[in-house]
Design a protein around this ligand. Structure first.
Ligand SMILES: Nc1ncnc2c1ncn2[C@@H]1O[C@H](COP(=O)(O)OP(=O)(O)O)[C@@H](O)[C@H]1O
Ligand SMILES: [Mg+2]
Length: 257
């Protein structure tokens, strides 16, 4: 995957020396990661490595015990999900938190409905906006009047992404976006990710799948036991290098301890 040019570009996100403990467990232990416009950074690691916890600090679900977050070059205080959203950070959850009984447009605007001048929910305007954005993101999408329970995993994913993009997300967090998707659906998600990148959106992609990370990401940050093993350009490493980082906590070219 093409290497992103970083010189002179302000990162969208810098998380610096982040720590958080639960009881005695150092869930995230002095971790620093960053994200540039138009790139996908994979967060890799075994279950319990601290990936979700790190990203929940960025999305405002948890607050770090120490460390700093800088967004577009400015120190940010993110104490709740609303703060994150105001900074144009949106999370697409693994479980795809869509309302199953509602159609795509209602889900896209859930909690942020468009209204007529009289203050009534404007279903026509919401469907028109949804058709516009889907024509760009996923032109094959046709199920505008079905409840999203009738959609495939990839189609649901595109509704969740459309929601984030419509509200001008610049920093997207995707937790296991291709888990439980078939090959065709995974391909759809990978095309969506390419489109988001082309718009300059930065994506943290949480995964435990090395192949997905090799395919979808520009860089990978590997975590183990709450600590950062290292960050590598995916073009510079093999699958086995990444595996060694995940399992042994060993950076390529560096002896394990
Ligand atoms: N709310 C919580 N309370 C207590 N322990 C937690 C909480 N959230 C995460 N942890 C612990 O933090 C560690 C990292 O978990 P997590 O971030 O979910 O890992 P990953 O996403 O890499 O699988 C684990 O030991 C987990 O049990
Ligand atoms: Mg997790």
């Amino acid at each position: 995957m093409a290497q992103v040019q970083k010189q002179g570009v302000t990162p969208l996100v810098e998380m610096r020396d982040i720590c958080i403990s639960f009881g005695g467990v150092h869930a995230v232990d002095h971790v620093s990661v960053d994200l540039y416009p138009g790139e996908v950074v994979g967060l890799l690691g075994h279950n319990g490595a601290g990936k979700s916890t790190l990203i929940k600090i960025l999305s405002g679900a948890y607050q770090a015990d120490s460390g700093e977050i800088h967004v577009r070059g400015k120190k940010a205080t993110i104490t709740n999900p609303r703060d994150a959203r105001a900074l144009k950070i949106e999370t697409i959850y693994q479980t795809l938190a869509l309302a199953d009984n509602l159609d795509a447009a209602s889900n896209l605007f859930l909690g942020r409905e468009l209204v007529t001048p009289l203050g009534l929910v404007d279903d026509d305007a919401m469907e028109a906006e949804t058709r516009k954005i889907m024509a760009k993101l996923n032109p094959n999408f046709k199920k505008f009047n079905d409840p999203v329970s009738a959609l495939s995993g990839g189609q649901r994913q595109s509704v969740a992404i459309a929601r984030a993009v419509y509200f001008d997300a610049q920093i997207l967090i995707m937790d296991e976006p291709t888990a439980a998707l078939g090959p065709h659906e995974t391909q759809m998600v990978s095309e969506l990710i390419e489109q988001l990148k082309a718009q300059g959106i930065g994506i943290f992609l949480i995964s435990h799948d090395i192949h997905d990370v090799m395919k979808l990401c520009d860089r990978a940050s590997v975590m183990k036991n709450g600590q950062l093993v290292g960050t590598v350009d995916v073009d510079d490493v093999t699958d086995d290098d990444l595996l060694g980082m995940i399992i042994l906590g060993k950076k390529p070219g560096v002896a394990a301890d």
